[in-house]
Write a protein that binds this ligand. Structure first.
Ligand code: ADP
Ligand code: MG
Length: 154
């Protein structure tokens, strides 16, 4: 089933200079990039984005971490992308994330865990609306973006 997801590269991903490595993992799957921007995070948007976690013990520290630097917000589309992208990202606690997952490779702990990925299509639609205006998404282009990569990667 074709789905969309909202993937955020968190401030630690920017600081570690692994934006490219993260995007490559999604491109490698043949997922289609519908939108992308680097933004200084706005506290109000962030509180809305993570409203389900408000009141949890980790919430205040987590929000401060998310506000510590810019993020890269992206929207991707693909077959079963919710499940597949969460497999690429790995378990919440980077120390317990599956070998080879992004959080295993570049994450630090259960707060500084590099990447956000939507946990359902309903969450994805809500999160995409918070991060992007409709006009910022490239929904109807004439390129066949499902074709495999044409250029050789050294
Ligand atoms: P996920 O991002 O894997 O879907 P959650 O939705 O449960 O995880 O939590 C949202 C984010 O809050 C996590 O990605 C992580 O950055 C942070 N977080 C979750 N649990 C903890 C915790 N126990 N301590 C600190 N930060 C946490
Ligand atoms: Mg979550």
């Amino acid at each position: 089933m074709k789905q969309r997801t909202c993937v955020l590269i968190k401030p630690d991903g920017i600081e570690k200079k692994v934006i490219g490595q993260i995007l490559t993992r999604f491109e490698d799957q043949g997922f289609q990039l519908l939108g992308m921007k680097m933004v200084p995070v706005n506290q109000e948007k962030l509180e809305n984005f993570y409203s389900e976690h408000k009141g949890k013990t980790f919430y205040d520290h987590f929000l401060n971490f998310m506000l510590s630097g810019p993020i890269v917000a992206t929207v991707w589309e693909g077959e079963d992308i919710i499940l597949r992208s969460r497999q690429i990202i790995g378990a919440t606690n980077s120390q317990e994330a599956e070998i080879g997952s992004l959080r295993n490779l570049y994450g630090t702990d259960n707060r500084k865990n590099l990447v956000h990925g939507s946990d359902s299509s309903i969450s994805a639609e809500r999160e995409i609306k918070i991060m992007f205006k409709e006009s910022e998404l490239c929904l109807n282009n004439s390129l066949d973006l499902n074709e495999p990569r044409q250029t050789k990667v050294p």
